[in-house]
Design a protein around this ligand. Structure first.
Ligand SMILES: [Mg+2]
Length: 399
């Protein structure tokens, strides 16, 4: 069996897919979405295709090593996103070739079902804001039985903010706890936009409502700054959606700078590398909460790794109920992401009691809807930020 063809598709804003076809007609799918660098990633996949065409698709580790090491310069988010999508597609082919779900090729499942968490929060304390939040919470609980949710402080944060700004966020967090009660987990994503001092200050205000974790309290480049936050906060700190490969996570593990790691299967090196990162984290008693913020193909690939690593805590599911990895009636708005993956999978994942049953179909566990997936929108504007990411003094803000 040889790789015959590699195609790329752009079916939705911020959603890119790669399809690898073999000479005996097997098709493997992967996701290569990289915000801000869609053209570069597309070109990277084209360059890697020159190496892959004619090769045996089952030598996944060998191809990973070749792509990562042979060009002398290693890593970077463009190369790693291209490699991640290709790696997912090769595993999809391997599973289909052997007639088993990928998790069986990774050592077999260590659990019967996979816990997921949804995006939900009270974004706005106005009457209308609370009504919308209440409606979406009820919908998520009644249709999927979700027991873990994540939201964030949203907006732009300067180096410090007055009490009214901090209190508005903290007040929403305590109200959320009041609504869901003590049996539900609530987490907050700071999106890497705080200073260590401000993150610590806000986390101290939050500690009474017992968060599950705070995510990316500070930007990703400085592990000592992250450790400073972790050492001063009495609940778990998570990070990792912008970190690549085991080497990107090594120092965090060695310094115990976070309680949970959040590698993204479409950036960190695919299925191959996500499993290795989880195995690395295991020896430090660090759990993984795989990041999955865009599409259903990456989400499905993550589920295969979630099934086989013992130190897995929960899987992010960004568009729960909005026609994404799970599909159903359109969920009430109020929080949550756009339905980027609506219709991409023939049979979307179903969430029951806050969990997804172990995938059973060969490969990544889904059948693609080619009519929806094999499209090219050719629009790039939305992915490049725009004026929103400037402060009132016109200096650059983190979003
Ligand atoms: Mg995040």
């Amino acid at each position: 069996m040889k790789i015959a063809k590699i195609d790329q598709f752009f079916p939705r804003p911020r959603l890119r897919l790669v399809k690898i076809t073999t000479d005996n007609g097997l098709e493997g799918w992967g996701e290569t979405t990289l915000e801000g660098k869609p053209k570069s990633t597309h070109a990277a996949v084209e360059e890697l295709a020159e190496y892959l065409i004619g090769k045996d698709p089952l030598r996944i580790e060998h191809h990973w090593q070749h792509i990562y090491r042979s060009a002398f310069f290693r890593g970077g988010n463009v190369l790693m996103t291209a490699l991640s999508g290709i790696d997912q597609a090769l595993w999809d082919i391997a599973g289909k070739y052997h007639g088993v779900p990928v998790h069986q090729l990774l050592g077999g499942a260590v659990r019967d079902r996979i816990r997921v968490y949804a995006h939900w929060g009270i974004n706005d304390l106005s009457e209308a804001g609370q009504a919308a939040a209440r409606e979406r919470l009820t919908w998520l609980q009644e249709t999927g039985g979700y027991k873990a949710f994540k939201s964030g402080p949203n907006g732009k944060w300067r180096g410090h903010e007055p009490p009214a700004v901090i209190d508005a966020f903290v007040q929403r967090a305590y109200l959320m706890r009041e609504w869901v009660g003590p049996d539900v987990e609530l987490a907050f994503d700071f999106h890497g936009k705080m200073t260590p001092a401000l993150a610590i200050e806000i986390c101290h205000e939050l500690k009474g409502m017992r968060p599950m974790f705070v995510e990316e309290p500070v930007p990703q480049e400085n592990i000592d700054a992250l450790k400073l936050v972790s050492d001063h906060v009495p609940f778990p700190i998570a990070t990792g959606e912008r970190l690549l490969t085991r080497w990107g996570f090594r120092e965090i593990c060695e310094k115990q700078a976070a309680a949970y790691l959040q590698p993204d299967i479409s950036h960190t090196g695919g299925i191959t590398e996500l499993k290795k990162i989880a195995n690395l984290a295991e020896i430090y008693y660090i759990h993984i909460l795989p990041h999955s913020a865009i599409g259903a193909v990456a989400f499905s690939a993550s589920l295969q790794v979630d099934a086989v690593v013992p130190n897995f805590l929960a899987q992010e599911q960004v568009d729960a109920g909005l026609g994404g990895p799970i599909t159903g009636p359109i969920a009430p708005s109020g929080s949550g992401a756009a339905p980027r993956s609506a219709g991409i999978l023939q049979t979307p994942w179903q969430v029951r009691d806050g969990h997804i049953n172990l995938p059973t179909q060969p490969g990544l566990g889904f059948e693609i809807n080619k009519k929806e997936a094999e499209q090219n929108l050719g629009v790039y504007g939305e992915e490049l930020g725009g004026e929103y990411f400037y402060e009132t003094d016109n200096s650059v803000a983190d979003w």
